[in-house]
Design a protein around this ligand. Sequence first.
Ligand code: SF4
Ligand code: SF4
Length: 160
Amino acid sequence: MSPQTLENPSRPFWESKTLSQMTGAEWESLCDGCGRCCLIRFEDEDSGDIIPTTVACKLLDGETCQCTRYKHRKRYVPDCIKLTPHNVGELQWMPKSCAYRRIHEGKGLASWHPLISGDPNSVVAAGISMKGLTISEDELDQPEDAIAYEAPDLSGDGGD
Ligand code: SF4
Ligand code: SF4
């Protein structure tokens, strides 16, 4: 069956629609607010791996893990990439736990996702959220100082 014909109204939208078929509100609700995509990353010159740090974009609120200027963020952070159904498969640095990436890869949502648990705090309880774990890039003397703040392993997809 083509993914473009997936709609099945008896199933929740994240199971019955492709990312492209979702409404704007459905798309936005997929974000669990983990904040992982807003971490400063650097590329390992030897391996080519993209390594996240615990340094966050200057617009991230480290406690709520929300972008403080989401609507106008490109004005302040021009290189912030807008995630779309079309580029989600190309952005290999996106966390494997990210709902958009998981759905794109056919994994569905994890049990800790708020749309499943009904509780936004389940993202924190599952150890997925960056709440309280980051410093702002504004606190660094030089942008390259971020390299000293390599994040703990965030490579997991968050499980089932
Ligand atoms: S990694 Fe995905 S789920 Fe987490 S904040 Fe970014 S877009 Fe939202
Ligand atoms: S501008 Fe906002 S959405 Fe973009 S990386 Fe920074 S905090 Fe995240």
